[in-house]
Design a protein around this ligand. Structure first.
Ligand code: AMP
Length: 287
């Protein structure tokens, strides 16, 4: 497995593979890898086969963090990450740094961003105003570095996957987007690099994301529509029962348009974000 830090070197390698007729699958990450990331690497391998090339990027992208968010303390463990990538069968790990990705940014010498204007207006976009501008920009840049045929994203970040799908379609990126299922801990908590922040009883309280989604699913499983406002009130009570958990948003929406629905039925998507202490966690589910 190779580790490549320079953008020009990554592009040269990708071009070489393309000339040799090899397919490239790409998994972008911010590192501190867990089995959820590994499942995406395995999915990437499945997409291009043993003869193809699987590239994982590890880059904590500063432009997708707000000024009061956890950029500087985001967990990092390059050595452990490289080991996991090797074991998962990645061919190349791309590890650019801020100087390579945003040269001269501090001095006002970087000024181009990619913005999706519709799907980013709600949920994560509403709570974290500059977040998706950073995500679409860095993913567009990474796609230009790795030149993949397919790129794999996690359902865990449902809105992000929808935004990336839209961006690559709108801007004619020649890449197929695959969205892979969310890997969970045995008690239902979605695996996340940020779970590391949970201290003491917070870890147990954090299962309220999963419990809320399960309760929502149970409410609509009979098949008859349930009013979104009613279901929201029910789930807010569940969340309020956890002393260290504060709800950021909880939405029921159409999984394609991301438009909110007033009646919740099987097939409606539910997504929520909560703070557990100062740790912000998200989850979502097709009901
Ligand atoms: P991150 O390192 O958090 O930026 O995530 C990198 C990719 O891994 C994104 O496409 C995420 O949606 C995906 N991912 C994160 N957590 C999980 C999980 N528990 N299961 C599957 N994919 C995940």
């Amino acid at each position: 497995m190779q580790v490549v830090a320079q953008i020009a070197a990554m592009q040269r390698l990708a071009r070489k593979w393309q000339h040799a007729g090899l397919r490239i699958a790409f998994v972008p990450t911010m590192g501190f890898l867990h089995p959820g990331h590994v499942s995406l690497i395995l999915r990437a391998r499945r997409a291009v086969g043993v003869g193809g090339k699987v590239v994982v990027s590890i880059y904590v992208n500063p432009t997708q963090f707000g000024p009061k968010e956890d950029f500087t303390r985001y967990p990092r463990d390059l050595k452990g990450d490289l080991q996991m990538c090797r074991e998962a069968g990645a061919d190349t790990v791309f590890t650019p740094d801020d100087q390579a990705m945003y040269p001269g940014k501090g001095e006002g010498l970087y000024s181009t961003f990619v913005v999706e204007e519709k799907l980013t207006q709600s949920m994560e976009g509403a709570s974290r105003p500059s977040h998706f501008r950073g995500v679409t920009t860095v993913v567009a840049k990474l796609l230009h570095c790795v030149l993949p045929d397919v790129a794999v994203f996690g359902q865990k970040d449902f809105q992000q996957a929808a935004v990336i799908r839209r961006m690559t379609a709108d801007l004619n990126f020649p890449v197929k987007i695959i969205v892979a299922p969310t890997l969970r801990e045995p008690d239902g908590l979605a695996m996340s690099s940020r779970n590391k922040y949970l201290a003491g009883d917070q870890r147990r309280q954090a299962t309220v994301l999963w419990r809320s989604l399960q309760a929502a699913r149970a409410a609509v499983q009979g098949g008859s529509p349930v009013k979104a406002v009613r279901l929201l009130e029910q789930l807010k009570k569940l969340i309020a029962a956890e002393p260290e958990v504060r709800l950021d948003y909880l939405e029921f929406f159409n999984p394609d348009s991301l438009e909110p629905v007033s009646l919740v039925v099987p097939g409606t998507q539910a997504a929520l974000a909560v703070f557990v202490g100062s740790t912000r966690l998200i989850d979502n589910m097709r009901l």
